[in-house]
Ligand binder design. Structure first.
Ligand SMILES: NC(=O)c1ccc[n+]([C@@H]2O[C@H](COP(=O)([O-])OP(=O)(O)OC[C@H]3O[C@@H](n4cnc5c(N)ncnc54)[C@H](OP(=O)(O)O)[C@@H]3O)[C@@H](O)[C@H]2O)c1
Length: 340
């Protein structure tokens, strides 16, 4: 029986690179499902995958993780199409309207934290968040809560007796405890919604392991390192492409000092790919699995302890369940008011 793998945000960057790497090891034994918001780009991604792997099974699924109704109908479609789900890669993510704090950057350049600053973006990146038509914060919904709803909808497929399944969150080294608050899980009040959402995914992964391991479902988080993708190009949108190219040798030089500069989506997908090959029972729920690339260009995966604790992770989990109940109730009320 072919393994079914669903990847969100698979039409570009790290998600697409993961699909390419999975098909390179097993072209005919996997069923890939690319869950994407932008179907034009999804079609292009599917064509590219089929060009290099003509016998592969690659399906597309329309899903916008920032929309409650889209996530729910996508999950229904998954249940209709497949009778198993082995891997759920929760990879879609946004960092909208990033603001680069040049002052903090130049200060950081001459401080002891220079490597950390380059490696994690700590202190130099803020964002302007929006509100979705469902009334939720956009970054929280896209990066975290949409994925949470998806896995809740697919719970019956993921928790099957006698079988294990894996959830893998694409987190970030930009996930900082200082950006997250249990009193404001959507990060309505702060300026670092991205960091908050990624820290929340680290916490949630731990809680999911606590609640689902007995049912055969395991959750892990990874950090892809610093990768040149649409998301990173967007940090300096006015930067002409040739300047990024000029920076490339500098980035390669930085890699000599920090192996987190993975730079290409292929390298960035290393930890996602590595997790695919692991027995989920052997993984550490407190570790973030980092994609790393050595100065000589060799890829490897390294677990690093996360700055998380069980109590906060449980509290977040409870809050997400509460929000889920509210969202479902609202949806039901709306359907009563205007039946389909
Ligand atoms: N690049 C890095 O250095 C870096 C570092 C740490 C973590 N990450 C994480 O890596 C993940 C992948 O990002 P990337 O770097 O590969 O950037 P990317 O190329 O921009 O990929 C992001 C993907 O997410 C999708 N997406 C965004 N909003 C969505 C929504 N509402 N519904 C469904 N899909 C949505 C995008 O699809 P559309 O075509 O529809 O926009 C795209 O496929 C993200 O979670 C990001 O936070 C990246």
């Amino acid at each position: 029986m072919n393994k079914v793998i669903l990847v969100t945000g698979a039409n570009s960057g790290i998600g697409l690179a993961l699909c390419e790497r999975l098909l390179s090891v097993d072209t005919e034994g996997l069923q890939l499902c690319l869950a994407c918001r932008n179907m034009r780009r999804a079609e292009a991604a599917r064509s590219a995958l089929l060009t290099s792997h003509p016998k592969a099974q690659v399906a597309l699924l329309q899903m916008d993780t920032s929309s409650i109704s889209s996530v729910i109908s996508a999950a229904q479609e998954v249940k209709k199409r497949y009778d198993r789900l082995d891997y759920l890669y929760l990879n879609a993510g946004i960092m909208p309207n990033p603001q680069f704090d040049a002052n903090a950057f130049f200060k950081g350049l001459f401080s002891r934290n220079v490597i950390t600053m380059f490696a994690t973006g700590e202190g130099i990146l803020t964002q302007q968040d929006g509100v979705t038509p469902d009334g939720l914060q956009e970054v929280f919904m896209t990066n975290l809560f949409g994925h949470f709803l998806l896995l809740r909808e697919l719970e019956s497929m993921l928790c099957r007796a006698g079988r294990t399944s894996q959830l893998v969150w694409t987190s970030s080294s930009n996930a900082h405890r200082s950006a997250f608050s249990l009193e404001d899980i959507q990060h309505k009040k702060g300026t670092q919604p991205y960091s908050s959402s990624k820290y929340a995914s680290d916490l949630l992964s731990l809680a999911l392991n606590t609640h689902y391991n007995k049912q055969g479902l395991y959750s892990s988080v990874i950090c892809p390192g610093f990768v040149m993708t649409n998301l990173t190009y967007n940090i300096l949108p006015s930067f002409p492409a040739f300047l990024w190219t000029l920076f490339t040798p500098i980035f390669w030089l930085i890699r000599m000092f920090t192996n987190t500069f993975t730079l290409t989506p292929y390298n960035g997908a290393e930890a996602l790919f590595w997790l695919f090959k692991q027995k989920p029972e052997s993984l550490d729920p407190y570790a973030k699995y980092h994609s790393l690339t050595s100065g000589l260009g060799n890829n490897y995966t390294q677990p690093r302890k996360m700055d998380i604790d069980l109590e906060t992770s449980e509290s977040l989990y409870e809050k997400l369940l509460q929000l889920e109940r509210e969202v479902r109730k609202k949806l039901k009320d709306e359907q009563k008011e205007s039946p389909p």
